[in-house]
Design a binder for this molecule. Sequence first.
Ligand code: HEC
Ligand code: HEC
Ligand code: HEC
Ligand code: HEC
Ligand code: HEC
Length: 488
Amino acid sequence: MLSFDSPLTAIAQKQTLLKQPRQNVRFLTRFASLALLAVISVASAVWSWSQEPTASRQGQYGLTQIRTADGEIADPTFFLSNETCITCHQRVGEEFLGSFHSASHEDPLYRQFALLAQAEAGDAMYTFCSGCHAPAGVVTEMILHTPDAELPEEIKGGVTCDVCHQISSLTGHEGPWQQEGNASFVLEPGLTKFGDYEKAKTNRLHASEKKAFYSTSEYCASCHTVIHPVNGLTIENTYQEWKDSIYAERGIQCQHCHMNSVEDAVRVAETLEPVVRVGQSAAKGPERDIHPHYFVGANVDANRLTHGPLHAKMAVARLKSAARIEVVGPKQCTPGQELRIEMSVHNVAAGHNIPTGVTELRQMWVDLKVLDANGRTLFRTGELDEHGELPSDAIWFGAVAVDAEGRPTAKPWEMSRFLRQRSIPPKGAVRETIITQLPAEVVGPLSVEAKLLYRSVAPHVVDEVMGEDAFRPTITEMTQTNVVIEVR
Ligand code: HEC
Ligand code: HEC
Ligand code: HEC
Ligand code: HEC
Ligand code: HEC
């Protein structure tokens, strides 16, 4: 633990302690990265037919766009642990720990995917993944050259306080894709923390500096836009979905919903106005507008993370707020005839499509039953099979990507295009008609029960990547409706 009486000396001491044994590591690292670079440049020459980039795709660390301010390999002692920050920023810490950012390197599903990426596509691809999932590991080059078990907390913490608050500029516009994405930022490790406050109170650990981009969606886009680093396929497109929406038009940023409680985010979606919360940003700090750091999305499986249960609950609330399902008709039906159920699903509160992000993993679907007056099921769609998989005729939202040979794949590094992408845009709706044949004898009235369900990943993907039954993804009911149809 640092002593705050003389933080500068403490850091300096820690630095000299660590520096000696790292000399060799650094030499080896440099050597290894040269070799890696050679491999990558050959590989990218081979692939260069695929798309004409406007600038070199090779960044300081290869396929990821991340870089350091001085162009040097960053010193790991300039990434402090979350715990260090939390000693003064207790509120922020309580909100943050248990979020997927705090687990972005150790999240078991990601971990297994990342190890597969490394085994199947090599170190350059693993470094690419880590550019967003463990940025400090990339800029210090520790991610490739330190066994995972030996990585310090400051690196394994993934998207930590000190990763996010040492981002000194965004570089996407000058990069090969001319947009924010693939970790398009500069890390400037040191004793200045960047943020949105004009005049932060001075303190004994760090200086503060305002960077206006901290309160914009572009900041988030640097990691929430994922572009295949070789063939240019856009894999995660949350930012663009937002950019095309009324939220962007009205100046509502990612932060207004994800750096807020779910209740406040719902108000933001309804009113298209920001909700401002006042509180303390640091111990003994002044009262000012704060930005709760829960970063809750839809991943209810946060309950598997340390400190995650609160975030899991918030994710359920967020999912329940996001969509509405409506059965429009008919009001009446006739035995022995066709029953045509008209329904629609609405995205009411998400600032982007639902689902968004890793849509090749996420699944949202309609589970709809038609029951007779005795409660007997006459028809059902969206019932999971005995393996917990969606039937092929389900009404579902999510994506299927294929590799260069056209085979479906959930591995981002193999993806070459999407075979299917179905999602609901912000404030938009999709309609569906369900047709079934009614028996000649029907005891009315009929009732229709429609549910919209969500899970972060299909069980067969978990089994394939993590081993049989590693965990069963939680299914959340986002919304439901019941309507009655009279029988004539
Ligand atoms: C010794 C106590 C202390 C420690 C430890 C500490 N901070 Fe701070 N920090 C403060 C104070 C005080 C403020 C000013 C709060 C205000 O003005 O409301 C502040 C402000 C900030 C701000 C706002 C800056 C701005 O311009 O918007 C950020 C971001 C920040 N700290 C990040 C961090 C990070 C990251 C760490 C860990 C590496 C950390 N702090 C550790 C005391 C501390
Ligand atoms: C994913 C990136 C990210 C992570 C991780 C992160 N922050 Fe922040 N933080 C931000 C952004 C963005 C803002 C400014 C939000 C705005 O202005 O809309 C902010 C604002 C702040 C502020 C001022 C506002 C407030 O609510 O007090 C402090 C202090 C702060 N962060 C400290 C921390 C600490 C401490 C941690 C770790 C426990 C942390 N941050 C983790 C992105 C991050
Ligand atoms: C340095 C990269 C980085 C930055 C910057 C960043 N994120 Fe993330 N974010 C990630 C990664 C990686 C994950 C997924 C971690 C996992 O699940 O393994 C994630 C996950 C999330 C989730 C949880 C998703 C879920 O499925 O529940 C939300 C919400 C989120 N981020 C919002 C934001 C917002 C808002 C900002 C901008 C203020 C932001 N992020 C900035 C990398 C980043
Ligand atoms: C109007 C509020 C609102 C805004 C603005 C907003 N979100 Fe969301 N976000 C939601 C809601 C509600 C959900 C849960 C439903 C869903 O999964 O889409 C969500 C879910 C997510 C998820 C998890 C999706 C999944 O299925 O894994 C991520 C990641 C995310 N948001 C990132 C962002 C980023 C990045 C931005 C800005 C470009 C942003 N959000 C803007 C409300 C918002
Ligand atoms: C540009 C930044 C970026 C890069 C590069 C990146 N990811 Fe991610 N990854 C994210 C974000 C942001 C999320 C969260 C999106 C969401 O929740 O929908 C995420 C989520 C995931 C998840 C889902 C985790 C969960 O628990 O549901 C997996 C798995 C994953 N990434 C694997 C990878 C692999 C493997 C690579 C490298 C081939 C990679 N990612 C590269 C940003 C990135």
